[in-house]
Design a protein around this ligand. Sequence first.
Ligand code: HAM
Length: 431
Amino acid sequence: MAIQAVRGTSDLLGDDVKRWSAAEHAARRLARLYGYAELRTPLIEDAKLFLRSLGETTDLIQKEMFQFKDRGDHDIVLRPEGTAPVVRAYLEHNLHKTQGFAKLFYLGPMFRAERPQAGRFRQFHQFGVEAIGSHSPWVDVEVIVLCQACVRACGVTDAVTWLSSMGCRDDQQRSASELRSQLEDERTKLCPDCQKRFERNVFRVLDCRKDRCQNEARAAIARIRSKTGYPILCDSCTTHFDTVRGGLRDAGVTFDDTQVFARGLDYYTRTVFEVRAKGLGAQDAVAAGGRYDHLVEEFGGPPSGACGFAAGIERLLLAATKPPSTETPPRQGIYLATAQPAFVNEGFRFAQQLRALGVGAVLDYDGRSLKAQLREADKAGCRLVAILGEQELKRREVTVKDLEEGGPQDTIGFDVFAQEIAKRLKTTACH
Ligand code: HAM
């Protein structure tokens, strides 16, 4: 038989590539709009990275890692997720010292040795963001708002966001012992795996694939809810959660904070959320994330709050009811249009002054007509266009037009041109 793609992986071609590119473009645009810089980490990592961070009782660690030994007998893993690699890179490149607070995004393949089914693959792709180095609840608000914007931009119109707080480590211990005591009498009804989970990490019973275990855990949580309230949170975690909810409401974001769900990874503290899309069946989480305030420290860095999310591109496109947004990125930089080839040296001089001030500047070197240059400025997505014509040179001033805002053109004297443009672009730029 002819060789085929490995089960749970797929080729992308034809129109699918176009849909993917549009989704990736939309995600990147949004990430930049919110001030996240791209980070690319390797597809293979030291197995210890994930063994240390994802939780030894999680399905991911127990049965879903593609792990192998290289020729030097090192344990290597195909990355199953992006958060641990990003935190590793954050520390390895000393971003905790040079930047402190870093906002990073990534887009690429992840690998999990799961049983493939609709919406569940062995190689899938995540777009994710990680904001590392802050405990502020506003970071959680920003991450959730960005996550929802990304889901919408990919064409998913019918999705709900489940929101909860897992509290700090102390709160988690209190919740675990409360859940254990509520489940104690039903313990023998749980599957053999969950009987082990009961001891080692009782929350995992909540995401057992067996209905019976899930129902018992949910009933136990309902009992806790009517007794003490759920989630069980200390004062400081309550304040954090209230600020997140308030911030989301003010931002016009809707969420459901009544659902009980367990994230599949163990590094979370405080805020957790999942965005679920209608019509996807069992694998309906198109994006998920939360706060992980101990990971940086566990990897040897300073105590640092952090929060992020990852969205599965395959699931987003399966759930999409309309094509991904093809909205163009915000306009940037300036095009220096010259009316005659002889003026290029003036244009080049300005371009260098502008670049030295951190402003992107482009110009034509091939004597194309002014009309063609203006078309090019528009196509290149430039925010401003400056015209250097005979009149301008005589008067020692430049005519400037804003391609985004429109409005009348104005003139700026040669002497202050670069500074004035830098000022205009810097006050309007968002990244
Ligand atoms: P996760 O919930 O394991 O979280 O995965 C995030 C998203 O990746 C899921 O909601 C889903 O859309 C997609 N996904 C996961 N597994 C598969 C699969 N086998 N096939 C297709 N899609 C899949 C994380 O990975 C965390 N690192 C998210 C995060 C970032 N938390 C904080 N920062």
